[in-house]
Design a binder for this molecule. Structure first.
Ligand code: HEC
Length: 118
């Protein structure tokens, strides 16, 4: 019975871990998400990490991330954050490794607030 309890405890750990932003990103990590807007931060993050492979004329996976309408279309398709978070069932993006936690927090906040053209 004890070992079963222990097993359940460890089985439950990952979900707690991923649900907790503070744990995931570190308490008080210096990340300014106040400007999580398309024009302020999002476009720049995508420019630095994504548009090399996702732009007009080189739209890998038929995905373009070099203008708002295309990014919005990708986000609406539901695979944007999954790819960036490198969640199971998605092709991990960018292929070279994860974005920084801060960049990810900014993208997540922007999506959470409606992925607006702001
Ligand atoms: C080195 C090139 C490269 C870079 C950089 C890159 N991608 Fe991709 N991306 C691809 C390719 C190639 C595919 C198609 C993969 C496939 O279908 O197997 C793809 C597919 C995707 C998909 C679809 C994933 C899925 O599971 O359906 C999304 C969303 C995506 N990329 C977003 C991004 C974002 C956001 C970034 C930047 C954070 C990025 N990509 C950076 C090459 C790249």
């Amino acid at each position: 019975m004890f070992s079963l309890g222990l097993l359940l405890f460890f089985a439950a750990l990952p979900s707690c871990y991923y649900d907790n932003e503070e744990l995931l990103y570190g308490k008080g990590a210096p990340c300014d998400t106040t400007q999580a807007r398309y024009s302020q931060k999002v476009a720049a993050i995508l420019q630095s990490n994504c548009t090399g492979c996702h732009k007009q004329g080189n739209a890998s996976g038929s995905i373009q991330l070099d203008d708002y309408a295309s990014v919005k279309a990708c986000e609406s398709g539901g695979r944007f954050l999954g790819a960036v978070r490198q969640s199971q069932g998605y092709v991990a993006m960018p292929p070279s490794g994860k974005l920084s936690n801060c960049d990810m927090m900014i993208l997540e906040k922007w999506v959470r607030e409606g992925a607006q053209n702001n």
